[in-house]
Design a protein around this ligand. Sequence first.
Ligand SMILES: Cc1cc2nc3c(=O)[nH]c(=O)nc-3n(C[C@H](O)[C@H](O)[C@H](O)COP(=O)(O)OP(=O)(O)OC[C@H]3O[C@@H](n4cnc5c(N)ncnc54)[C@H](O)[C@@H]3O)c2cc1C
Length: 408
Amino acid sequence: MAQQVDFDIVVIGGGIVGLASAYKIGRNHPGISIAILEKEEQLASHQTGRNSGVIHSGLYYTPGSNKAKTCTRGRRELVAFAKENNIPCDITGKIIVATRKKELPNLERVYQNGLENQVEGIERIGPDQIKEIEPFCEGIAGIKVPCTGIVDFTEVAKKLGELIESKGQGNKVLTSHKVSGFEKHDFYTKVLTNKAALSARYIINCAGLQCDRIANMDGVEAGMRIVPFRGDYYELTEEAGQKVKGLIYPVPNPAFPFLGVHFTRKIDGSVECGPNAVFSFKREGYRKTDFNLRDSWDALSYMGTWKLFLRHWKFGLGEYKRAFSKKLFLRQLQRLMPSLQADDIEPGSAGVRAQAVGRDGKPIDDFVVVRHSNSIHVLNAPSPAATASLAIGEHISQMAAEYFDLKS
Ligand SMILES: Cc1cc2nc3c(=O)[nH]c(=O)nc-3n(C[C@H](O)[C@H](O)[C@H](O)COP(=O)(O)OP(=O)(O)OC[C@H]3O[C@@H](n4cnc5c(N)ncnc54)[C@H](O)[C@@H]3O)c2cc1C
C-alpha cells in the first residue's frame, strides 16, 4: 500500500522553471498533488524577475542542443500562453548588429544556426536596412529577427502559480518556505523547511542559483558548481529612449554564454541597456559591493572557477572596469549607438545569472536536467530558460512520467 504523504511531488523553487514544470505535470497528470516551495515571500524574486524580459527566437543555440530544441518550441507556447491569459506580450522583432569586420564570421555563424534551428523569417541585412529599422544604430551588417519579443516574466510566473493552485486538487504554492534538508525514507522524502516538514513521494529541484546545493543535499554528485555572474543594467532617459524602437543586440562572443550588452525596449515602454557579466561575491546579491562569505568560499574554493578566471582574465577584467565606470559602459553602448551621451543613461536594476561551471573551468552551455532515484534536478537553466520554460516543463513532465510512478 502506498505511504500516506502530504504531496505526490514537491517542486523546490518558485521561479519560472519550477512553476512551468509543476504546471505541465499538473496538466498531464491531473490526479496528483503538487507543492511548490519558494523561500522568498514572492514568486520570481531572483533570475525570473530580474532578467531582460526578452522572448528569444532560438537562433543563437547550437543545433541539436537542448537550448535549441526547447527555445523555439517554448517561445511559441509562451506567446500563446500570454495571449490566452491576457499577459501583455509584444513581438517587437530584433536586430543583431556587427560594428567591426572581425565580428562578421560570428554573425554568419549565428545566422546559419538560426537557419538550422528553423527560426522563422530571419534575414541578413546591410547598413541601410539597419538604419531603416533603428535610425540611431550604426553597423556594417546585421541579422533581422522578426519573431523575437518581450514579456514580463514575473507576470507569467504569477499566472502559472495561480493556475497550478486553481486547476489541481490539493496543489499548493507555498512561499516563505525555505528548504533546508531532506530526510530520506524508503517510499517518500521528508522535505525540511523553516516552516514545516512536508512529505513527498518525489522531489524536483528547480532552485536556480541554489540548485547545486539542493542537489548536494540529495546526494547528487553533480560535477559542476553554480558560479554567479551579476548583470548590471542602465536605463535610457525618457528622451533618449526615443532612439530605440525595439531590441538591438551586438554579435555575441562564442567563448561566453552571455549575449553582450543590448538595448531592450521593455513591455512597460522603458528602455534598458545591459547586462554586463561580472563575477558576483553573493549569489543573490544585486549591488556591486554585495558579499557573502559562504557564496564566495563556494565559488573561490572550486578549481573550475579559477580555471575559468585564468582562461578569461582579460574579458573578466574588462567587465569589472565597466561595472564600476559609467564612462566605459557608455563606450560599449556607443559601439551600437554612437550618438548616446552620458546624460542619456541612468543606473538601473541588476540580475544574477546561475551559470554552472564544470571542473575543467568551462561554462556549461546547455541546459542540464538529471534524474537521481526519486528526484529530478535542474542543474543548469541559464538564458533562454525563461523563454523555453514551458518546453523545459514539458520535458520534465515527460521525465517524471518515465521515472516516477504517478498512477498510485
Ligand atoms: C540578467 C539576466 C538576464 C536574462 N535575460 C533573459 C531573457 O531576456 N530571456 C530569457 O529567456 N532568459 C533570460 N535570462 C535567464 C532566465 O531569467 C533564467 O534562465 C530563468 O529565470 C531561470 O529560472 P529558474 O526558475 O531556474 O530560476 P529562478 O528564477 O532563479 O528561480 C529559482 C527559485 O528557487 C528559489 N530557491 C532557491 N533555493 C531555495 C530553497 N532552499 N528553498 C526554496 N526555494 C528556493 C529561489 O528563491 C528562486 O525563486 C536572464 C537571466 C539573467 C540573470
